[in-house]
Design a protein around this ligand. Structure first.
Ligand SMILES: C[S@@+](CC[C@H](N)C(=O)[O-])C[C@H]1O[C@@H](n2cnc3c(N)ncnc32)[C@H](O)[C@@H]1O
Length: 493
């Protein structure tokens, strides 16, 4: 059973001590990944023995912190007292992060490092998963949203469906104010604890359904990792979409529009369905038609109902018979609803007066490093590539992105090399791999940032022997696509 209690916020000095001790002990995400092969805490009630093996022998401060606050297991009090400062031991006890249990300290919550922050949440346990009071710890979806989050200086940021307020806390350094809002009152308490733990005073934690607790407020940035798993049971938990199919995400997006400042951006990670006989892009375009927002969708994976159901259910059900029965129920539901596949990825919207654009970028590999700057640039590049009647694009100066890689394959036939393909890869920022032909390669070589696009296109026409008008027309379409994909970048000159 989840306890109703949550840790009480630490004072500024105790919080600093906590952070300093973690830093000195090397209790950081790279070290956790190196030690356990994990960035995300494993479920404590299904903990493989090998994970905690060796932590007790010749224990270090890192071992004690990792055992208690990453694995969520009890630590020997004598060892902890010997290795950690007394001030930290007392602070953990007083705020309720751990309790004395015989000769052990037993954690009541996890405290997980993400980047430069430390985030407390409930213990990670499978048995808690579908309890509506559960405040989950760091998960992969949260890390993915964190990786794409735009980290530019803004006025107001909203962490919507905030849970333990990872996105809110990490937004504090670049936002004047941050609001973290969640349906679950225990999430509000954890958000407050985490703001204090990280030394931030500009985060306000509130409780309410979707935007209910921020009525009338507008934001420059909204980050949301909502409950998006699509299931036959419309239940409210931290992970299941409580409205038919992907209805919750749709509702969130339509309400978000009124909470965005002009130029304000919402970034969400979510799932949506592909209905039989309907292009999923048309369906999502319909959600936001006439919303006054640009829409940028980045699909990352697509699953058929059977594998989707199995993957989602296997996270909590280990009994094969139960799993098979539930999977059957889910598959029947998807069949009855006419669902062909389920897609997952990112959905970004930006409120902007004028003619809005809608664009889709298929992600070709997982995003691990923070690429918020590339996402922000992706919006401005799309304004130029998708919105413009051509004049601004022709007058702009573009250059080939640094680090662009070209992989060319050929085969030997009849006394010479015959080219099979030229593929361009961008590894920094948004990962991109696109096949191009000799024409595009020749076109690219004219972009050194020194001349306007119009001159590059004329040079290209000369180089390949095309009439200037034809070269400009064909070249402009190529430039739009290369700019959208980040292969060409605006130089700002
Ligand atoms: C997938 S968790 C994400 C938590 C956290 N933001 C993260 O990235 O790890 C979804 C959160 O949405 C909250 N939630 C569920 N239904 C909600 C609703 N109708 N309005 C606001 N929050 C809701 C849950 O309590 C849960 O904390």
């Amino acid at each position: 059973m989840i306890s109703d209690k949550t840790p009480t916020p630490l004072g500024a000095e105790e919080a600093k001590l906590f952070r300093d001790v973690c830093q000195a002990a090397g209790y950081t995400s790279p070290r956790l990944e190196e030690r356990f092969g994990l960035l995300v805490p494993p479920p404590g009630d299904r903990l493989p023995a090998e994970l905690s093996a060796g932590l007790d022998q010749n224990a270090t401060p890192f071992d004690v912190l990792a055992k208690a606050f990453f694995l969520g297991t009890a630590v020997d009090a004598e060892t902890a007292n010997a290795l950690l400062p007394t001030g930290l031991i007392d602070a953990c006890r007083q705020c309720g992060l751990w309790i004395e249990d015989g000769t052990d300290y037993r954690p009541t919550a996890l405290v997980v490092p993400v980047g430069t922050a430390l985030l407390a949440s409930d213990l990670q346990r499978i048995e808690y998963q579908d309890d509506e009071r559960f405040v989950p710890a760091l998960c992969d979806a949260a890390l993915h949203l964190h990786a794409v989050a735009i980290r530019q200086r803004v006025g107001k940021t909203l962490d919507l469906c905030s849970g333990f307020a990872l996105h809110g806390v990490l937004s504090c350094p670049h936002s004047e104010t941050v609001v973290a809002s969640d349906l679950n009152p225990r999430a509000e308490a954890f958000a407050r604890f985490n703001a204090a733990l990280n030394g931030f005073t500009n985060l306000r934690a509130v409780t309410g359904k979707l935007f209910d607790a921020v009525k009338g407020e507008r934001f420059d940035l909204i980050l949301a990792n909502p409950p998006f798993v699509i299931s036959p049971d419309a239940v409210t938990t931290f992970r299941f979409n409580p409205i038919e199919l992907d209805g919750f995400v749709r509702q969130m997006l339509s309400q978000a529009v009124d909470h965005l400042e002009e130029g304000g951006i919402l970034q969400t990670i979510c799932e949506w369905v592909e209905m039989e006989g309907q292009d999923w892009k048309d369906r999502l375009r319909g959600w936001l038609a006439d919303s006054g927002c640009d829409v940028w969708i980045l699909p990352a994976n697509r699953q058929f109902p059977a594998s989707y159901a199995r993957n989602a259910l296997a996270q909590t059900i280990s009994d094969e018979a139960e799993l098979a029965a539930e999977q059957n129920k889910w598959e029947n539901y998807f069949r009855e609803q006419g669902v062909e596949a389920i897609q997952g990825g990112f959905l970004f919207i930006r409120r902007r007066a004028g003619e809005n654009w809608f664009d889709v970028t298929q992600l070709t590999k997982p995003i691990r490093q923070p690429i918020g700057d590339a996402i922000a640039r992706g919006f401005s590049d799309r304004d130029l590539a998708l919105n413009d009647d051509g004049d601004a694009l022709l007058a702009s100066r573009l250059a080939v992105a640094n680090g662009l890689r070209q992989v060319e394959t050929s085969h030997w036939k009849e006394f010479r090399w015959q080219r099979d393909s030229i593929v361009l890869h961008l590894d920094d920022g948004l990962p991109v791999s696109i096949g191009v032909d000799e024409y595009v390669r020749t076109l690219l070589e004219t972009f050194d940032g020194s001349r306007p696009v119009s001159e590059c296109l004329d040079l290209f026409s000369q180089n390949v022997g095309l009439a200037i008008e034809t070269g400009r027309k064909q070249g402009t379409a190529m430039v739009r696509s290369l700019l959208k994909n980040g292969i060409l970048v605006a130089t700002g000159r």
